[in-house]
Write a protein that binds this ligand. Structure first.
Ligand SMILES: [Zn+2]
Length: 177
């Protein structure tokens, strides 16, 4: 694992963190060149930079940083994926850019998928004055209902009280979801 990490780092330095010249049109080949096939899973693992925050393959296009798997999906399918629609991984490998492993889903699909795979990590508890007034989002509520931890633990994770969580789980509140 160490060795792989090191090689990955070296490669990403050599390859300039997925940076590309503005004038060169981005192609699937260009993307694939910066990935390595994983023989068992068929994943194309991104060798250039991945986002430190979320682990997705990142590519710089002009001044923008985009998710490389999203770009790969768009190129392979010759379509632009609209905002609000996620490009999700069947393989559950966030750094994979193999278009065959990608599918479109709404943000809620993706969230449910994450929860089902146990990948969802709720936000850090809010601190200070933000905490008692924190408003939950639709996505939070879906995640809370899928959460297998105790109500007390969930409440702590979201910075709300246990009664709020109980009401959500028993569908006394947020019944539209
Ligand atoms: Zn994959």
């Amino acid at each position: 694992m160490r060795e792989r990490e090191r090689r990955r780092k070296e490669n990403s330095q050599k390859r300039g963190y997925g940076r590309r010249q503005d004038f060169a049109p981005i192609t699937l080949e260009w993307l694939f060149d910066r990935s390595i096939p994983e023989p068992n899973s068929g994943c194309f693992l991104w060798l250039a930079a991945t986002s430190e925050k979320n682990g997705y393959a990142a590519v710089n296009i002009g001044r923008k940083t985009r998710r490389a798997h999203r770009v790969a999906y768009e190129l392979a399918n010759r379509e632009t994926v609209p905002k609000g629609i996620d490009v999700c991984h069947k393989c559950d490998v966030r750094s994979c850019i193999n278009p065959d492993h990608l599918f479109l889903g709404t943000r809620l699909d993706n969230m449910r998928d994450c929860v089902n795979k146990g990948r969802f990590k709720p936000l850090e508890p809010l601190s200070g004055e933000a905490s008692p007034n924190s408003k939950l989002t639709d996505q939070d509520v879906i995640a809370i209902r899928a959460d297998t931890r105790s109500q007390r633990a969930i409440a702590r994770a979201y910075g709300v009280d246990k009664g709020t969580i109980a009401a959500i789980i028993q569908r006394r509140t947020w019944r539209h979801l």
